[in-house]
Design a binder for this molecule. Structure first.
Ligand code: ADP
Ligand code: MN
Ligand code: MN
Ligand code: MN
Length: 339
């Protein structure tokens, strides 16, 4: 007998990479082998030397096919064994290892928008829906669009063993959020990429598409972000470490270094309006949803916990944002003796 393994990988499309996947039939009990693909069809190779290598790094029960079938997250390598330039997970492995003793945890809030044809789900054929105000965490057919897809996606994530921790309807019609974590840097990123794949795959069966476009509707409509919540062991124990992490993200050339890699089109979303801080002015504050980094109210009360980097776009690569934050805050906390 056999089982099916869906090999999932991140392609080389710029400025925002896409997910790709294909199916391998394996004998029952067989381990997940290394596999190959045509990189010239995924912006990862030229046609004359097109072979690229898929190396399984995380596997999940496949909730779509069921049975013993699995979803397999992969890293992409060149045939000489070096990580392909699109392989951002390889660099995270090194940084995560370097600061492993700080026990970093991340919870990422993934916002996204459903589309049917060329319009966000819930936008009428002509004109616009009622202005924002009632949609966030709303209920009722006049405010909520796509709930059956969202519920199915949640079920699929739970069945796959994704560390999903919640869902909510967002500020714009057709816009939703799910949260993954708190988990280690590699885990949260692997889980988020597979949860994204499951989102597209689940919506496909409803004839609906989902997009991580950071500004899917122009004008007075909220963009879509991926707020990145972060803590180390020291931050979960004392407030000085919370403040040092928030300070470190604003020091020297760090703000721009981070922003550059927080998702294509980040400047268009971080305007200073719609619960954002301007992309070129770093700030942090307690309870402040207009700051780059928010210290949750409860964290100030408890004098320990985590910080929320509100800047990453919905289309950010979690392997990149978690690497930058672990690197910047990990080094600063170490230097300050807050470990
Ligand atoms: P918001 O009020 O910003 O919408 P959410 O409830 O959507 O907040 O998300 C909060 C996130 O914070 C969750 O993803 C959760 O996993 C994460 N989180 C909670 N505690 C920690 C922690 N100690 N370290 C890192 N992330 C955390
Ligand atoms: Mn949220
Ligand atoms: Mn949100
Ligand atoms: Mn948030």
């Amino acid at each position: 007998m056999t089982y099916k393994a869906e090999y999932i990988w991140i392609d080389g499309t710029t400025p925002t990479a896409k997910l790709r996947s294909k199916t391998r039939i394996l004998a029952d009990g067989a381990e997940l082998p290394i596999w190959g693909f045509d990189g010239s069809s995924t912006n990862q190779a030229e046609g004359h030397a097109s072979d690229r290598v898929l190396k399984p790094v995380a596997s999940f029960p496949d909730p779509i096919r069921g049975g013993d079938d699995v979803l397999v997250m992969c890293e992409v390598f060149n045939i000489d064994g070096t990580p392909h330039e699109s392989n951002t997970r390889a660099a995270l492995r090194e940084v995560a290892e370097k600061f492993a003793d700080q026990e970093s945890l991340f919870g990422i809030e993934q916002e996204y928008t459903f589309f049917q044809g060329s319009r966000p789900l819930g936008f009428p054929e002509n004109g616009f829906p009622a202005p924002q105000g009632g949609y966030y965490c709303g209920v009722g057919a006049d405010e909520i669009f796509g709930r059956p897809v969202v519920e199915k996606h949640l079920e699929n994530c739970l069945a796959a063993g994704i560390g999903i921790s919640g869902i909510n309807a967002e500020v714009m019609p057709g816009q939703w959020e799910f949260q993954v974590g708190p988990l280690s840097p590699l885990e949260v990123s692997d889980h988020l990429w597979v949860a994204r794949w499951l989102l597209y795959r689940t919506a496909e069966d409803f004839g609906i598409s989902a997009t991580l476009d950071p500004k899917p509707a122009k004008g007075d409509w909220n963009g879509a972000g991926a707020h990145t919540n972060f803590s180390t062991k020291a931050m979960r124990e004392n407030y000085a470490a919370i403040i040092e992490a928030a300070e470190a993200l604003g020091r020297d050339d760090k703000p721009l270094e981070h922003i550059k890699h927080y998702g294509a089109g980040v400047e268009a979303r971080l305007t200073g309006a719609h619960e954002t801080a301007p992309w070129n002015e770093y700030s942090y504050g307690v309870s402040n949803r207009g700051a780059s980094v928010r210290i949750p109210w409860q964290v100030e009360v408890d004098q320990k916990g985590y910080i929320e980097d509100r800047r990453p776009n919905a289309n950010v690569d979690p392997y990149v944002v978690t690497r930058l934050i672990v690197d910047t805050c990990g080094a600063a906390l170490e230097k300050a003796g807050l470990v």
